[in-house]
Design a protein around this ligand. Structure first.
Ligand code: ASP
Ligand code: MG
Length: 405
């Protein structure tokens, strides 16, 4: 018997109607003869009663009075509610099931409350229930320490629960069900003709997730990649196959990966470019700048270090703080707020000439200045002004033919 791990996110479980769709996917896979482990997130989004953010809001006005351990107890409740409700629905349909907490499902973590790491998964109990013919419903986003304390894995951690269980159980596939039809070539709110991709490699989706695409948690992908377990990102509300995520080799063998130079675009906005120019100043400018940022917990990105000074970005939110620190050190930083970092991603761009030329041409023809750029084997990043973002994404999307199937 093959084993499939299915993960349903908050919007897939938010009301009676969406939960009917969830049931449909469970029944289909079960009737096809698969063993099923179903990982659930808390129901709904912020504002809905049992969503993770709503639980957090219950204690928000008490400031930081709730210790991390107890905060995790509170946060774990959302997933418990989802698992119990799903279990009742399954049993009502005559599908025998059992609901387990992360700890009961054997997910053992360290004791970093709020951002625990999975140390081990003890699969005996899940295997036992599977052999009894039960659908095993597991609360996502949580685990247990060796002392029996409940921990959570960090926001968006249910994806990680799903792929970690998939890896530990050698699942045939981990299906991440969400409210979009798969992984898109770009964010459809910015690019009207963005379309779902049939397949991407682990590296590509990691790059997309790390560059602001909210598709699947990067940690979840890393775990699947290490274990070589294929993942599908698909919609709860349709019967589409979604996007297959696996290694490039497997995709090539299945004939569904064509070494496309560019696969998709991702972006983050609301970032500030900071320049600190050093004309005959002290030799340790770079060191002083980055030490100041680090010691105040300001995360820096897009770093260019040159003899003449440094350029880097921070989130707009951190800008006043960063300026204060730099001025305190006697620097006169050049500040450009409201920038956007666009990532052009593709596993096939390595060693392929001309990608940067296409980017520069597309942006230049649209009258969009490039403020900074950087590249890796699979990604080229450009920093632009946020007001140019929509135009830039659309121009790049068209220039790389991403709208074409
Ligand atoms: N419910 C948790 C969160 O909102 C975990 C998840 O949804 O993956 O972060
Ligand atoms: Mg999520």
């Amino acid at each position: 018997m093959d084993l499939i791990v299915q993960k349903f996110g908050g919007t897939s479980l938010s009301d009676e109607q969406s939960r009917r769709h969830v049931l449909r996917h469970i029944i289909r896979e079960r009737e096809a003869g698969n063993g099923l482990v179903v990982v659930v997130s808390a129901m709904g989004r912020s504002g809905e009663p049992y969503a993770t953010d709503s639980l957090l809001n219950l204690v928000l006005r008490n400031g930081n009075a709730l210790p991390a351990r107890e905060r995790d107890l509170l946060l774990s409740c959302g997933e418990l509610i989802s698992a119990s409700v799903l279990c009742s629905l399954l049993n009502a349909e005559g599908i025998p099931s059992v609901a387990l907490t992360g700890g009961q499902a054997g997910i053992m973590t360290d004791d970093r409350f709020g951002s625990a790491r999975i140390a081990d998964i003890k699969t005996e109990r899940v295997h036992k229930h599977l052999s009894e013919g039960l659908v095993v419903v597991v609360t996502g986003f949580q685990g247990m320490t060796s002392e029996g304390e409940i921990t959570t894995l960090g926001r968006g951690g249910s994806d990680t629960s799903a792929t970690a269980l998939g890896a530990a159980l050698s699942a045939k596939v981990v299906d991440i069900y969400t409210d979009v039809d798969g992984i898109l070539t770009a964010d459809p709110r910015w690019v009207s003709n963005a379309r779902p991709l049939p397949a991407v490699s682990y590296e590509e989706i990691c790059n997309m997730a790390q560059n602001g695409a909210k598709v699947i948690h990067p940690r979840a992908v890393e775990i699947a990649m290490k274990a070589g377990i294929p993942v599908r990102v698909r919609s709860t509300f349709s019967d589409g196959e979604g996007t297959l995520v696996t290694n490039a080799e497997a995709l090539r063998k299945q004939g569904i990966w064509f070494d496309k130079t560019v696969t998709g675009l991702a972006h983050v906005h609301q970032v500030t470019q900071i320049g600190v120019i050093n004309n005959n100043g002290p030799a340790d400018v770079q060191l002083r700048v980055f030490r100041a940022m680090a010691s105040h917990g300001i995360s820096v990105d897009f770093i260019n270090v040159m003899p003449s000074g440094v350029h880097y970005t921070v989130s707009d939110h951190d800008t006043p703080n960063a300026i204060g620190l730099l001025e305190g050190l006697g620097f006169k930083p050049q500040i450009r707020r409201a920038c956007a970092k666009v990532a052009v991603i593709g596993g096939g761009m390595n060693g392929e000439p001309g990608v940067m030329a296409v980017i520069v041409e597309a942006l230049t023809n649209s009258g969009i200045p490039i403020l900074q750029s950087a590249d890796s084997n699979t990604t080229i990043w450009v920093l632009i002004s946020e007001e140019d973002l929509a135009k830039a994404l659309q121009a790049l999307h068209t220039a790389f033919g991403l709208h074409l199937a």
